[in-house]
Ligand binder design. Structure first.
Ligand SMILES: Nc1ncnc2c1ncn2[C@@H]1O[C@H](COP(=O)(O)OP(=O)(O)OP(=O)(O)O)[C@@H](O)[C@H]1O
Ligand SMILES: [Mg+2]
Length: 255
């Protein structure tokens, strides 16, 4: 559980004058669920996108299983992206394709599986996210937000990635549906023996799924530790972040 699967070493990234990551180090251990917490615009998605080469650092290095990926060409990144699957913030299903086609697509693109094997694999991964064969012919437009997330997740796990990157997996979902996604993240991490990195600003979700939390503020990870350590942290911004959720509705401060 201790060797790193993903490592950012001294990674800096700016967009024009906007310094988003300022020489950050982060090490994701094999088998863990690592949650990246931080405010809107703090660079959570940007850090995640470095982990499968969707974004390249201005300086610093990114390692996936010991391979430095930050300067690889697009075609060299293809096997990296098979190994490191990503669930995008917006889901990104193909609107004109059925659920079956959406999930089968990656298998058609990246493997030489027979049609029968593809069909079996699609059914299997939909089963992992608790969806039955009734959804196969549906178009994304007829699915609820929670179902879309689950189909996206099925599509991502179809290629048997070693690492799963989740960008805001529960955003926009009602609390009950969000909790089913949280349970799936933990369940899949165990059953598929993957490593997961989850970006969120949903504290309840973070505390539920995380083995460790990394807190991003002003371009740096100012805290990395367990949820318990996060609660006891003396980092003011992190405490405020966690407290904002716990007292989230309305605090009575009347004297
Ligand atoms: N491709 C890009 N071009 C220019 N600026 C970008 C690009 N991608 C991200 N940024 C900027 O980098 C900063 C961090 O963005 P990022 O999307 O990582 O934030 P985030 O923490 O994921 O926020 P949110 O919680 O709103 O999703 C923002 O100021 C954003 O505008
Ligand atoms: Mg984001």
């Amino acid at each position: 559980m201790s060797d790193p699967v993903i490592e950012l070493r001294g990674v800096s990234k700016a967009f024009g004058d906007n310094v988003v990551l300022d020489s950050v180090d982060l090490s994701v251990r094999r088998g863990e669920v690592m949650v990246i917490l931080g405010g809107s615009g703090s660079g959570k998605s940007v850090s995640l996108r470095h982990m499968n080469g969707l974004t390249h650092p201005d300086s610093g290095e990114v390692f996936v299983d010991g391979l430095e990926i930050s300067r690889l060409a697009e075609e060299e990144l293809v096997p990296v992206r098979k190994k490191v699957g990503m669930l995008f913030q917006m889901g990104a299903l193909f609107d004109s394709m059925t659920v079956f086609e959406n999930v089968a697509f990656a298998l058609w693109e990246h493997t030489k599986m027979t049609d029968a094997d593809v069909a079996a694999r699609v059914a299997e991964v939909l089963g992992f996210v608790n969806l039955g064969p009734d959804v196969l012919p549906l178009l994304p437009s007829s699915l609820s937000g929670g179902m879309k997330k689950r189909v996206s997740l099925a599509r991502t796990i179809a290629l048997k990635p070693d690492v799963l990157l989740y960008d805001e997996p529960t955003t926009g979902l009602d609390p009950v549906t969000a909790m089913t996604i949280n349970r799936l993240i933990v369940d899949l991490n165990t059953r598929l023996a993957t490593t997961s990195v989850v970006v969120t600003h949903d504290i309840a979700s973070a505390l539920f799924v995380a083995d460790r939390i990394a807190f991003l503020e002003r371009g740096r990870f100012t805290f990395v530790g367990s949820p318990d350590e996060a609660r006891r942290s003396d980092i003011a911004a992190l405490r405020a972040f966690l407290a904002a959720e716990e007292t989230g509705t309305r605090e009575t401060t009347a004297p």
